[in-house]
Design a protein around this ligand. Structure first.
Ligand code: TYD
Ligand code: MG
Length: 434
């Protein structure tokens, strides 16, 4: 329970001005203001093509994942184009920020640091300076003095965000806001202000893996399907412009239980490896565990495989892992997941030069997917020679180098796997790493 002080709110319009008036939609002026480039193609893509003036962008993520790094790099890049960027460091001292900046490359005069936890003071400075970009790191450590509650409480978070929103709309200066995702505790998480801001981004990844995925959970100025892929290096976050290659780099070829899917992340096709492992279950209900894939969907696929492809999994645990820490939410990944399971269960490796694309229905049918052509192009680009695709999907032009193999049912695909095994036994290559 958190006590909130309710301030008497005078009738304020959204931009902080006095009155409001009725306007016909057709008569509202359309303003297409230039977006501010944040200097990284991956970051720009997730934002929908750059920062919209006056927008409030929340960057959430686990502590230590790289939020400050990403925003400090952004500050340096924007400043490089001759603009001022105000970085409000409410968590770290200017010396600490400097230390990090030194690792990130060329310093720029345009980055101005302000170590301040009182939000009103920071906004006063910002109003005077009029930077091209304001960064507040983080929302959990700034506070307003009018409220009794401490920094990081729900009411402080809400009030601070409201003031920042007002500042952004009033001045047209875009604002980045850092929010730590917290386990339950005294500090409120970024979720409580998600509804107030224009854009919500989450930086994800495993702490001990070097890549990071930036994902939009909400975007008033663009799609939420786009992802940005970065690699954490000694010199900060580096754009990964070729994610497919990156995600397939550690693939073990000719090992059972591995399938490559051509998934769509927004407008971009990305090839991702799906791994499955089946093993004899102990007592009780066998386990179905998925990482990066929906657990309910996994149960459904296991049921379909049992019913329509004759796979006996009732006394086996099934584990599925989407490599690279990616979350596959598309139904188009079904076929790859199902075949990875079938491959592990039978011990027969799948064709390492093929990708698998298709949604699986309850009757065991392989259903059509969107953007098939783009997926095939990506597969061709990375040197794949085959693609198992839904028989119902028509592709106008199959890219050269890739053979499209139409699949009607999951049973058909599983029996094709057994046929492959016969061929493979003749060649019998050793497992190798790509
Ligand atoms: P940081 O941006 O401080 O995380 P957050 O603001 O989300 O809490 O990043 C912290 C981690 O990033 C830290 O463990 C070290 C690592 N890191 C690098 O690997 N390379 C770098 O160049 C920098 C600046 C940080
Ligand atoms: Mg930080």
């Amino acid at each position: 329970m958190v006590e909130e002080t309710v301030e008497a709110a005078p009738g304020r319009s959204r931009d902080g001005g006095a009155g409001s008036r009725l306007e016909r939609l057709t008569q509202v002026r359309s303003v297409e203001r230039a977006r501010l480039s944040v200097g990284s193609p991956e970051f720009n893509r997730v934002l929908g093509g750059g920062l919209v003036p006056g927008s409030l962008v929340l960057l959430g993520g686990d502590p230590g994942i790289g939020k400050s790094t990403l925003l400090l790099q952004t500050a340096l890049r924007v400043a490089e184009s001759g603009r001022d960027v105000l970085y409000v460091a409410a968590e770290e001292s200017p010396e600490q920020v400097k230390l990090r900046a030194d690792r990130l490359g060329r310093l720029s005069d345009g980055v101005i640091l302000l170590a301040e936890t009182r939000l009103d003071q920071a906004l006063e400075q910002a109003s005077e300076l009029r930077p091209a970009l304001l960064i507040v790191d983080s929302i959990q450590t700034v506070s307003v003095s009018e409220l009794d509650s401490s920094a990081g409480s729900v009411s402080q978070l809400r009030d601070c965000t409201a003031r920042l929103l007002n500042f952004a709309k009033r001045t047209g200066i875009p604002v980045f806001l850092v929010g730590h995702v917290t386990k339950e505790g005294l500090i409120a998480g970024p979720r409580v202000v998600e509804h107030m801001v224009d854009v919500v981004l989450y930086l994800e990844g495993e702490r001990f893996h070097q890549h990071r995925v930036l994902r939009a959970a909400k975007n008033r100025f663009g799609s939420t399907n786009e992802i940005g892929v970065f690699e954490m290096t000694d010199a900060g976050l580096v754009d990964v412009s070729n994610p497919s290659e990156f995600f397939l780099a550690e693939r073990v070829i000719h090992a059972p239980g591995s399938a490559v899917v051509a998934a769509m992340e927004g407008t971009r096709p990305i090839l991702i490896e799906v791994q499955a492992l089946t093993s004899a279950a102990g007592y009780g209900t066998p386990r179905r565990v998925a990482t990066g894939f929906d657990a309910t969907r996994l149960q459904l696929l296991v049921a379909v495989l049992a019913k329509h492809a004759g796979l006996r999994l009732a006394d086996h645990d099934v584990f599925v892992n989407v490599t690279g820490g990616i979350r596959l939410v598309e139904p188009a990944a079904d076929l790859a997941v199902a075949l990875a399971i079938a491959s592990s269960a039978s011990g027969i490796p799948l064709d390492p030069d093929a990708v698998y694309i298709g949604e699986i229905g309850l009757a065991g049918e392989v259903r059509g997917v969107h953007s098939l052509e783009r997926r095939l192009q990506e597969a061709a680009r990375l040197g794949f020679t085959g693609a198992y695709v839904p028989a119902s999907s028509r592709v106008a032009t199959v890219p050269s180098g890739v053979r499209a193999i139409p699949v009607r049912t999951v049973a058909e695909a599983v029996s094709a796997l057994a046929a492959q095994a016969v061929q493979a036994r003749r060649a019998a290559p050793e497992p190798r790493t790509e």
